[in-house]
Design a protein around this ligand. Sequence first.
Ligand SMILES: [Zn+2]
Length: 76
Amino acid sequence: MSNFSFPRPTEAAPVQAREPVAGTCDQCGAEALKRYPVLSEGGWFMAVKCQECLHSQTREKWTRLGYVTLLTDSIG
Ligand SMILES: [Zn+2]
């Protein structure tokens, strides 16, 4: 089970602005959390990431972009 998926540096936030989130980073303690969609191998996720160390505080499946779902389905 070495297939643990790390957050990738290739983030794509084409349209949405990064929304500031209150709180501190679990990793480095900075008050630099922002919420924005990120694209990973599993599709789009709405992530809250620290802008200091890029730690992913939270990440949840984001399905607002329907065409991404269609692409995933066509690949199988
Ligand atoms: Zn941090």
